[in-house]
Design a protein around this ligand. Structure first.
Ligand SMILES: *Cc1c(COP(=O)(O)O)cnc(C)c1O
Length: 386
């Protein structure tokens, strides 16, 4: 089976992890701060906090911004469930803003309308979480301007998007958001096995993220309620978690950072080749906004179902049967049974539902060969025309 995504690991990556295994610290040694520094330097942000997953990063990002019971958090329905679950962890309520039919990202036009209505009903969101689907950045300038007007804060879920750019600047610089989150799961752009990171330009937010990452415990006398009892002393001043990244993971991440640009360039080469090979078939290839450079985590096509005699599901099954590991990113979050129990109904976000009925993620990863890609394309061609 040709997978839809997979990691790219070199001997240098392996050696970096082995070096940590032979060192004094497996966790909380020098590799975590070195990895954090490499990512902040690359992205042009001030601070970064490495954690054990993007899910954890989203959770403590919401907490750091004060999300709690009575608050609303809005995100895109076309995302991994973690982008919405993070708000529920904090006792807040979630709602979804329909997508733009071309980028499949949260639509700023829909957001504008929904905010105007929410203002009247006094249900404005405290936080909006735009998701850069497939690595293509959202209209962050537009979302930021609405944040200024309506007073919400912004967490960018950039799990797909490290290595991409928006208006010429690297994603993760937090110019248009309070916090940006990356995922380092093996299918994403770079990997630490499991892992994530939260970036910010706000020193207070960075401090809160660090505290929440590790039990709410501080060793900084300035933050304690009284002078330390002695050199052993620490205080728990908040309720945090063990969301720490290990040095083994960080060493892998640091080594992977050296090839980040190469990975994204390779993804762009594969995408250009797909664009050419798929032209003329009854499908829509990904649309790229001219003001951005995508990290290209995903290559999502949409079937023109009116022009083919097969169903979406049967095209999918035919491809899987031919050894092509296609996938679907994503089922609209509110169509999950857990969310349906919150009373979300079919039709809540019509554009997202249309997308879900037509989308297929084709295999895409830096190590993909032309031969593998040709197999994907011929299997797809066969699935569509037979
Ligand atoms: C993968 C992903 C996450 C969660 O990442 P983990 O590191 O696996 O916790 C969150 N949001 C989006 C959009 C993702 O794709």
């Amino acid at each position: 089976m040709i997978p839809y995504g997979r990691q790219d690991i070199t001997e240098a990556d392996i050696q970096a992890v082995v070096d940590v295994l032979r060192s004094d610290f497996l966790t909380q040694g020098p590799a975590v701060p070195a990895f954090e520094q490499a990512v902040t330097d690359y992205c042009g942000a001030q601070y970064s906090v490495a954690v054990n997953s993007a899910t954890s990063a989203l959770h403590i990002a919401c907490l750091a911004l004060g999300v709690g019971p009575g608050d609303w958090v809005w995100t895109s329905p076309i995302t991994f469930v973690a982008s919405a679950n993070c708000a529920l962890y904090c006792g807040a309520q979630v709602d979804f803003v329909d997508i733009d039919p071309r980028t499949h990202n949260l639509s700023v036009e829909r957001l504008t309308r929904k905010l105007a209505y929410a203002e009247k009903t006094a249900q404005l969101p405290r936080v909006v979480i735009p998701v850069h689907l497939g690595g293509q950045p959202c209209d962050m300038a537009g979302i930021h301007a609405l944040g200024e007007r309506y007073g919400f804060q912004i967490i960018e879920d950039a799990s797909h998007a490290i290595g991409g750019r928006y208006k010429g600047e690297r994603i993760g610089n937090c110019r248009y958001s309070d916090i940006t989150v990356f995922s380092f799961h093996p299918v994403k752009i770079i990997t630490t096995a499991e892992g994530g990171m939260a970036l910010t330009n706000d020193a207070q937010l960075a401090k809160r993220l660090r505290l929440l990452r590790s039990h709410g415990i501080t060793r900084d006398a300035a933050d304690m309620t009284h002078a330390p009892d002695g050199p052993w002393y620490h205080q728990q001043i908040d309720l945090g978690f063990n969301y720490r990244m290990t040095d083994l993971q960080a060493a892998l991440g640091l080594s992977q950072m050296q090839r980040l640009d190469e990975f994204v360039t390779k993804r762009h080469g594969i995408a250009r080749r797909y664009d050419e090979l798929l032209s003329g078939l009854p499908l829509v290839t990904p649309w790229q906004h001219p003001d951005s450079y995508s990290g290209l985590h995903l290559y999502v096509i949409r079937l023109k179902l009116a022009e083919i005699r097969k169903s979406h599901c049967s095209v999918f099954e035919t491809l899987r049967a031919a050894g092509v590991g296609v996938n679907l990113h994503y089922i609209p979050v509110y169509r999950q049974p857990y969310y349906e129990r919150m009373d979300f109904k079919v039709g809540h976000c019509p554009e997202a539902e249309r997308y879900y009925a037509e989308a297929i993620s084709l295999p895409m990863y830096p190590g993909m060969t032309d031969g593998q890609q040709d197999r994907v394309v011929s299997a797809l061609r066969a699935a569509l025309v037979q």
